[in-house]
Design a binder for this molecule. Structure first.
Ligand SMILES: [Zn+2]
Ligand SMILES: [Zn+2]
Length: 212
C-alpha cells in the first residue's frame, strides 16, 4: 500500500514522501499511526551519530490502531490500540531469558531497519527503505512484529499521544531506577537532563519512595 513517510536520505534531512509499505508477514501487524514521540535517539540517528542504513524512516515511539494482523498473530486483532516499542528476535539466549533489550540481533533490528527475516517492509521504486527500531513511525502506517506492539487496555477516551514515551523514554528512565540503581529510601539521586528519560527516572524514584 502507498503511505506517507518522513524519509531520511542524507544526514540531517527529512522529506515527506509517498513510499510503498508491504503487507504484514505472519508474525507482524499493520498499524495506522496516531502519534509518535521524538526521542534523542531519533536526532542522533538523523545526523548519523548513530550509524543507520540510509534511506531510513525514523520514529520509534509510535502509537496507533491495528488495521491488519498476520496469520500467526494471536495477541492482537484489528481495532486494538497499541503502543510500539523496541524490536527483538525472540529466539536468542537474551530474548529467551527475558532480556530482549540485549537481543543478539539488536543492531539489525534497531539500526539497519530490517525485520526478523532480514528483509525490509518499506520501498520506493524498488529500492528498500529502512524502518528504524522495527517501526519507522514517522509515517502514517507502519509494520511491526507483534512482539513490539503492546495493547492499550485502558479507557478508550484517552488520547494515545500521551502514551508515546512509554515505548522508549519512560521505560529507559524508570527502568534504570527500578532495575539498575534501585536506590534506598532517603538516598540522593542526581538526574542530568530532564526530557522524557530524566523525568521518568524522577517519577519512578518518587513513586518508589512513596511505597517503601
Ligand atoms: Zn528512544
Ligand atoms: Zn533476541
Amino acid at each position: 500500500m502507498k503511505i506517507l513517510a518522513s524519509v531520511t536520505r542524507e544526514p540531517g534531512r527529512l522529506s515527506l514522501e509517498e513510499v510503498e509499505l508491504a503487507k504484514p508477514k505472519a508474525s507482524e501487524v499493520l498499524v495506522k499511526t496516531i502519534a509518535c514521540g521524538v526521542c534523542h535517539t531519533d536526532a542522533a540517528a538523523l545526523h548519523l551519530f548513530i550509524p543507520v542504513t540510509l534511506p531510513i524512516v525514523l520514529g520509534h515511539e509510535g502509537v496507533g490502531m491495528v488495521e491488519e494482523v498476520g496469520s500467526e498473530v494471536t495477541t492482537l486483532k484489528k481495532g486494538d490500540r497499541v503502543i510500539l516499542s523496541f524490536p527483538s528476535c525472540g529466539k536468542c539466549n537474551y530474548c529467551i531469558e527475558n532480556h530482549p533489550y540485549a537481543c543478539d540481533n539488536l543492531n539489525t533490528l534497531f539500526f539497519d531497519g530490517a525485520y526478523n527475516d532480514g528483509t525490509k517492509r518499506l520501498s520506493q521504486n524498488g529500492t528498500d527503505i529502512s524502518s528504524f527500531f522495527g517501526q519507522g513511525a514517522f509515517a502514517d502506517h507502519v509494520i511491526v512484529d507483534a512482539r513490539n506492539a503492546v495493547k492499550v487496555d485502558i479507557d478508550s477516551d484517552i488520547d494515545l499521544a500521551y502514551l508515546c514515551s512509554l515505548g522508549c523514554g519512560v521505560q529507559t528512565g524508570a527502568g534504570a531506577v527500578l532495575n539498575r540503581i534501585n536506590p534506598e529510601k532517603g538516598s540522593s539521586m542526581a538526574v542530568f537532563g530532564c526530557g522524557g528519560v530524566g523525568i521518568s527516572a524522577i517519577m519512578r524514584r518518587r513513586s518508589q519512595d512513596a511505597v517503601q
